[in-house]
Ligand binder design. Structure first.
Ligand code: NCD
Length: 304
């Protein structure tokens, strides 16, 4: 495996392989076993946009496997503020490191970076584009919690227009055979190309504006934040902010086996009381970023 830019690069078989390997990493991810397969290797971690989970779980993954991490979170202390181009930044970091994890506000940045990199590039989110490693940990969590990746009714809720996690997840789920419902405030609907892909593969459920319309028939309620930073006009954001709230009453209307996922950060779209309900799986999901990214780094850097 070389670059990891989009879920389009990952076949269903490859995805299952990563998830199987991630399962084998669980004990090391928890600090209960030692695995130093990446000893002496260096990960470049360059984040041009804010991140908590993605950056820290990549760093934890690399450390747990005996490797080291260089990089930056925010460009304030780097030559980017002097005007250095993304191309030159990538040339430098890929010279120092064995793989480069990149998060950037511009869609297509990760793909562009591959042109200037001697080493594998891993896309940790490119604007409103894709977030393939989040999708791998989402799928890991789904398989862990539901026991399968097929024949599920998944309702994607929230900012489906600018949310990159739902773009990647919708494409990835469609590789397995599922029904995908799209629930968004008006104006934040899923991009046409994703909808067409779901329709074309016979996996499009319904599109609506309120989770009440899908809840009784939902196995997985995947909630997302309104992506405030991607709105060209802040007034448009205030029109949709707070449009939906996932509260205990709504969650209780779902089937008994239904789970609630969220890539996090959550702002005010999920009521705090939901956090302690057995259906809430978003903290487990966040932890799963570590074993999944360990498996990915072992494959990309370790060549296994
Ligand atoms: C997501 C992202 O950055 O796209 N966060 C994450 O990586 N877990 C979701 C978000 O910011 O809303």
């Amino acid at each position: 495996m070389r670059h990891v830019i989009s879920v389009h690069d990952l076949s269903a078989e490859r995805i299952v392989d990563v998830l199987d390997r991630a399962e084998g990493m669980l004990a090391t991810a928890r600090g209960e076993a030692v695995n130093d397969c990446l000893k002496g290797k260096v990960l470049g971690s360059i984040f041009f946009e804010p991140s908590t989970r993605t950056r820290l779980s990549f760093e934890t993954a690399m450390n747990r496997l005996g490797g080291g991490v260089i990089g930056f979170a925010g460009t304030e202390a780097t030559s980017v503020v002097k005007g250095e181009t993304l191309a030159d930044t990538i040339r430098m970091v890929s010279g120092y490191a064995d793989a480069v994890v990149l998060r950037h506000p511009q869609e297509g940045a990760a793909k562009l970076a591959t042109q200037f990199s001697e080493k594998p590039i891993i896309n940790a989110g490119d604007g409103a584009g894709q977030h393939p490693t989040q999708t791998l940990l989402d799928l890991f969590t789904i398989r862990q919690q539901m026991g399968r990746l097929v024949d599920l009714n998944i309702s994607l809720v929230g900012d489906l227009r600018y949310g990159r996690t739902v773009h990647s997840l919708a494409y990835a789920l469609s590789k397995f055979g599922n029904t995908i419902n799209l629930v968004s405030p008006e104006g934040l609907e899923m991009p046409g190309e994703v909808v067409e892909h779901l329709e074309g593969s016979g996996q499009f459920g319904i599109a609506c504006h309120t989770p009440e319309d899908v809840i009784s028939n939902t196995d997985i309620l995947y909630v997302t934040r309104i992506q405030k930073e991607r709105f060209p006009d802040p007034v448009e954001y205030t029109k949709v902010a707070g449009k939906y709230l996932i509260d205990p009453e709504l969650v209780s209307k779902g089937p008994d086996h239904m789970i609630v996922m969220h890539p996090l950060p959550k702002i005010n779209e999920i009521a705090a009381e939901v956090d302690s309900m057995p259906q809430a799986k978003y903290y487990v999901q966040a932890f799963n970023g570590v074993p999944v990214r360990m498996a990915l780094l072992e494959m990309v850097i370790g060549g296994r």
